[in-house]
Design a protein around this ligand. Structure first.
Ligand SMILES: [Zn+2]
Length: 447
């Protein structure tokens, strides 16, 4: 009887070991780990089970430094998946500092219910037992003063492998193999440079023939160009490039074709997910635009400008690619001319319905003073940004005064011709700058 019971336990151990499908790497001399370690079950396509990490500034602190609206992706993907109801054991070994990493289960913006997309678990030293509340890919966030805390996070048991493409490391054959064999996870993740791309396994499989290296490289180029445009040139701590990643998610939210929100941008599973798997499609106006929302600055984002100034970033990527400027390509300029021809008292910039006609005001400053005008504006905005809760008038004043200072011109006529309203108090301040009036009419400029 006893012998049978031991045999039963042995069988049980064997089954659970097989079930864990997980490569355990546990040093014998480490007392924070249970010993002895069971024999590993090698994965056909190995994933890292241990992550040695240093802390990084929080997404909120970066958002404030950069004067942006949305937090960026202050976490890394692990390549593991956690299933609802399963028991996870995750070990934390702290090497320095007082801050603990956080485990994130689930992918931001994956569904129509952003509040339920992720569950987070703060790890403490030693083994952490986690009852998984919701299935999802596993990420690690480690906030704290930059590089001042260091820890090793190890997945001991309970997680399942997910298809995980790493730029420069994963071969096409391995990617195909992972997508076909790591079937516990409905999602697949691609990671390289700054970009994390999450799509359903199905979407990834359907597009296996695409060039995943080029996809990630292209996504990174978009991000990098937009950061260049935003003056993030590492010339000082304030102008350091965003420390975080950018997550692009296939989303089941039926209400959006694509959108930007905290922690990333998302793309409709039925209509826009092709942009997350095809290099040619990721390199298009939609992703340039959504990523642009992650660069817009709040200090000159007055009401109804959200879908206007965002396109400055898309215009910049378009220009870098040598494509035809959008306002020309979509035939916007005749509408701009018609608007500007209206008698000044009847013009109201804020009342313009077409966001591309509004964009033309910003574009004319670019045509007159170069893209450096905006690069400088971004830098000065980080240096002099307005406090939270600034009014539309304060934001307009901020923009108009900076525009005059940066261009070295008195732009009163320009703004009046564009029908900037409610800003009569700003004009005396522009006059006080004592700048020359431009020798030509900037409202005549076109692509
Ligand atoms: Zn938008």
């Amino acid at each position: 009887m006893k012998k049978n019971f031991i045999y039963f336990l042995f069988l049980l151990a064997l089954i659970s070991c097989k079930d864990s499908s997980f490569d355990r790497i546990i040093p014998e001399d480490d007392d924070e780990f249970p010993a002895p370690a069971p024999p590993p079950t090698p994965l056909p396509y190995p994933l890292d089970s241990a992550f040695q990490l240093k802390s990084i500034t929080s997404a909120e602190a970066e958002r404030i430094r950069l004067n942006q609206n949305f937090t960026s992706s202050d976490f890394i993907p692990t390549g593991w998946f956690a299933e609802e109801g399963s028991d996870l054991v995750v070990n934390l070994k702290r090497l320095s500092g007082d801050y603990y990493p956080v485990l994130i289960i689930g992918t931001y913006n994956r569904t129509a219910n952003p509040d339920a997309d992720v569950k987070t678990y703060t790890l403490t030293p030693g083994n952490n037992s986690i009852k998984v509340e919701k299935s999802g890919l596993v990420y690690i966030r480690y906030n704290g003063e930059l590089d001042k805390n260091e820890s090793i996070v190890k997945f001991v048991s309970g997680v399942k492998p997910a298809p995980f493409y790493r730029a420069g490391k994963t071969s096409k054959e391995d990617w195909k193999g992972m997508l076909n064999s790591y079937t516990s996870s409905p999602d697949a993740v691609l990671f390289g440079g700054k970009m994390i791309i999450v799509v359903s396994r199905r979407t990834a499989l359907d597009n296996i023939a695409e060039d995943q290296e080029l996809l990630l490289k292209t996504a990174n180029n978009i991000w990098e160009w937009e950061e260049d445009f935003a003056g993030l040139d590492n010339s000082s701590a304030l102008h350091t490039r965003n420390l975080h990643n950018h997550l692009m998610t296939e989303s089941n939210n039926p209400e959006y074709y694509m959108a930007a929100f905290h922690y990333g941008t998302f793309y409709n599973a039925s209509f826009a997910a092709h942009m997350l798997v095809k290099p040619k499609d990721i390199n298009s106006w939609g992703p340039w635009h959504e990523i642009g929302h992650h660069h817009q600055q709040a200090s000159y984002l007055w009401t109804d400008l959200m879908e206007v100034t965002v396109n400055l970033y898309s215009l910049y990527v378009q220009e870098k690619l040598g494509r035809e400027p959008e306002l020309k390509a979509r035939g916007t300029w005749p509408s701009v001319v018609s608007y500007l021809a209206l008698p000044t008292p009847s013009k109201n910039f804020d009342g313009i319905e077409d966001p591309f006609v509004k964009l033309a005001m910003f574009r004319q400053l670019w045509l007159a003073f170069g893209s450096d005008f905006y690069t400088q504006l971004h830098k000065e905005t980080r240096e002099k940004k307005l406090a939270n809760g600034a009014t539309d008038l304060q934001k307009k004043e901020f923009f108009m005064l900076r525009a005059c200072e940066i261009s070295g011109s008195n732009l009163t006529n320009f703004f009046q011709k564009w029908g900037m309203t409610g800003v009569s108090t700003v004009y005396p301040k522009i006059t006080a700058l004592g700048l020359p009036i431009p020798t030509s009419d900037l409202t005549k400029l076109q692509d």
